[in-house]
Design a protein around this ligand. Structure first.
Ligand code: HEC
Ligand code: HEC
Length: 359
């Protein structure tokens, strides 16, 4: 690895530890200059690092102020799509925690995809991307939508040529990566850096559980939290502080899954019906729900877990055992409490932070 990159990483992690407790992204003055890009860091609460460690870094792509600024611009730029009408942000809207409120996203020619666009929240701690987990880094992931025929329908040579002809971009690539020669690897590297800054741990639940603010949750939300972490067994899969577990599991939606999930790329029958366990952070604003948007509301989701889990679904996850033995029994008022708790997972600062919006 480039020694400068190693240094950047070291600085990142030291600063991460030293600044535990604060939240806001540090602003460092722009401009790579002769000394190279400026190492950047995520200010992540100490209790997050204690629980799940520092965020992953792809070797050779450390966070820098200039890389993040470039990635942010690219994420919001329709130039990436063939007819220059759709950016990443078109399907990943900030006020919906970077998910798509439409059941299925619509590509540049009006073609409709078959899955809901997922939220982009705390993915710096993730190693499986897409509903079926088929990509293993944010860099790899960002390559796909540009050439997806139901999304941006473009080709990388066209994207690279457009960027290379834009003097602002050329100088931003110089500042971020020390070269004026744009290529697809640098484009996805910058986008991944920006996505890693999309960190959200500022909900009322966090203030209550980790900040000692006993008034942050209402009584109903507290009852819902107790159910979530105990009798309703939600935490068995929505497990760590990201409220995901970074695994691919079948939560029993269907007897015969129409979308076979992870099986599609592994070809392994034991993967039929397995999907990524999504984060529940900001879940109140990321509907509709599940990979195929089958539920419009959180009430419907909770009612599914209370009443409609398909116990004969192929490869039903072992964590659904409490359902198999009839242990999860949620009456209507408990279901309402669970829904109330899910609403307490919204981080309003994340949804409005101007540093994540279009530059
Ligand atoms: C036309 C709508 C559309 C556009 C444009 C789009 N996406 Fe997506 N995105 C989706 C859909 C749909 C999924 C889920 C697809 C799947 O699982 O098969 C997704 C999934 C993702 C994921 C996976 C999240 C996770 O938790 O695994 C990331 C990250 C992401 N997109 C980033 C991007 C970036 C970066 C761009 C721009 C280069 C982009 N998207 C452009 C619709 C879109
Ligand atoms: C076996 C592991 C497992 C358990 C236990 C579990 N979930 Fe899930 N959850 C998943 C998976 C996997 C998905 C995505 C399924 C899909 O789309 O195919 C999901 C999806 C969701 C979604 C929709 C997320 C989105 O972005 O669309 C919500 C909300 C949710 N679960 C809440 C809960 C609640 C509340 C409980 C407890 C009653 C619970 N889950 C228990 C694995 C689990």
């Amino acid at each position: 690895m480039d020694p400068r990159a190693t240094l950047g990483l070291t600085v990142l992690f030291i600063v991460l530890l030293a600044t535990a407790g604060c939240r806001k992204e540090e602003e460092t003055p722009q401009g790579g200059g002769p000394t190279g890009p400026t190492p950047a860091f995520l200010n992540v609460p100490g209790w997050v690092i204690d629980s799940i460690g520092p965020p992953y870094q792809t070797p050779g792509n450390p966070l820098t102020v200039e890389g993040i600024a470039l990635g942010r611009r690219l994420f919001h730029d329709p130039l990436l799509s063939d007819d220059q009408t759709i950016s990443c942000a078109t399907c990943h809207e900030q006020d919906h925690a970077f998910s798509d409120p439409r059941p299925f996203s619509i590509g540049t020619d009006g073609s409709v995809g078959r899955r809901n666009a997922m939220a982009i929240v705390n993915l710096a701690w993730d190693q499986h991307f897409f509903w079926d987990g088929r990509r293993h880094s944010l860099e790899q992931q960002a390559h796909d939508p540009v050439v997806d025929m139901a999304e941006m329908r473009n080709t990388w040579p066209v994207v690279v040529q457009r960027l290379q002809q834009d003097p602002t971009y050329v100088s931003m690539f110089m500042d971020a990566f020390g070269t004026e020669t744009v290529d697809s690897i640098l484009v996805v590297s910058a986008i991944a850096q920006f996505e890693r800054t999309l960190v959200s741990f500022g909900s009322p639940f966090d203030r209550y559980r980790y900040g000692g603010d006993t008034l942050a949750l209402t009584p109903a939300e507290k009852r819902g939290m107790d159910l979530f972490f105990r009798d309703a067994h939600c935490v068995d899969c929505h497990r760590d502080v990201t409220l995901a577990d970074h695994g691919l599991r079948n939560n029993g939606l269907d007897l015969l899954p129409l979308d076979s999930g992870a099986y599609e790329y592994t070809g392994n029958p034991s993967d039929i019906g397995r999907f990524k366990v999504p984060t529940l952070r900001n879940i109140a604003v990321t509907g509709p729900y599940m990979h195929d948007s089958r539920f419009e509301t959180l009430e419907e989701v909770v009612s599914f877990y209370a009443n409609d889990v398909e116990l004969n679904s192929p490869n039903l996850d072992q964590h659904m055992f409490p359902w198999m033995i009839g242990q999860v029994d949620l009456d209507p008022s408990e279901q309402a409490d669970l829904v109330a708790f899910l609403h307490a997972l919204t981080d309003p600062v994340f949804l409005t932070d101007p540093s994540f919006g279009a530059p």
